[in-house]
Design a binder for this molecule. Structure first.
Ligand SMILES: C[S@@+](CC[C@H](N)C(=O)[O-])C[C@H]1O[C@@H](n2cnc3c(N)ncnc32)[C@H](O)[C@@H]1O
Length: 264
């Protein structure tokens, strides 16, 4: 079931949005599923008083962006394993953004916290240089066994990835200073601030630190949500915003990516 479409500033349903939502869910059945659970509005107020304009991003538009990136058999299999293990994978849209970012920074060395069953790893490897190496850390050996299986099946030779089993806060201090072009963080949300401290040491100038779950199931934007995970992510975003040496953007694909570029 679709929720009621967003309303225009005067409270009436937007005919255009209704038309678009209906048409999209006909063209793209997965959009129907997603629109049931997720709806976000972003308003841009211009400073011309009564002449307010609104930019409204509907769940249907977000689903459209997600569905631009259908996954192949390797990603589909890895995603199924991740979901079985409750190591929730990045969404197809967020994964495609990771491929894009890895390619944009010409990544030869990527560090990842939270291997899971290898979905994000596959997306990263596909954007990295042909001889690039992914170093991925996870607490769970079984998750990494399945990730390795996914990388082998997708044709990546063993020299392209290094899987380290352990707690991120134990392993990260052993990784080399400024040795990484991109760091992806998708581990324990409560530890995001501490991971960021480590990532700032690991990343090379101009490199990119990316956090998954920056919107954390729509909770970060809702000030009434004060659980430890939501609070940690909100504090991280505030810290990044306050630091003038960093460039950052929140990309609202999947559960949200926070991408931070460090001192180019
Ligand atoms: C959301 S899943 C990662 C999904 C993966 N990035 C993907 O897209 O397929 C989170 C992973 O972080 C791992 N994890 C949780 N806490 C951790 C910690 N403190 N150190 C290292 N890994 C951790 C979990 O075992 C789990 O596999």
């Amino acid at each position: 079931m679709l929720r009621a479409p967003p309303k225009t500033p005067d409270g009436s349903p937007s005919a255009l949005v209704t038309f678009f939502t209906t048409s999209l869910t006909r063209l793209c059945p997965r959009a129907r599923v997603r629109t049931a659970g997720r709806k976000r509005h972003a308003r841009l107020n211009h400073d011309n008083g009564s002449d307010e304009e609104s930019i409204i991003t509907t769940a249907a538009s977000l689903a459209f962006a997600e569905d631009l990136h259908p996954e192949d058999d390797h990603l589909t299999a890895a995603r199924a394993h991740g979901e079985q293990l409750d190591a929730v994978p990045v969404s197809p849209g967020a994964g495609s953004a990771l491929t894009f970012l890895a390619a944009a920074v010409h990544a030869k060395a990527v560090a990842e916290i939270g291997t899971g069953a290898g979905v994000s790893g596959l997306y990263l490897l596909r954007g990295m240089a042909a001889d690039g190496v992914l170093t991925s850390v996870d607490l769970e050996a079984e998750h990494q066994r399945l990730a390795r299986e996914a990388f082998v099946a997708a044709g990546f030779p063993p020299q392209r990835y290094r899987l380290i089993t352990g707690s991120a806060l134990d392993v990260l201090p052993r990784l080399i200073d400024h040795g990484y072009d991109l760091v992806l963080i998708d581990g324990d949300k409560v530890e995001y601030g501490e991971y960021f401290d480590e990532a700032l040491r690991l990343i090379r100038p101009g490199g990119m630190i990316v956090f998954d779950n920056a919107l954390w199931h729509d909770r970060v934007a809702d000030p009434s949500q004060r659980d430890p995970q939501t609070t940690a992510i909100r504090e991280l975003i505030a810290r990044v915003q306050a630091d003038e040496t960093l460039r950052s953007v929140v990309i609202p694909l999947g559960d949200g990516l926070l991408a931070v570029q460090v001192g180019a």
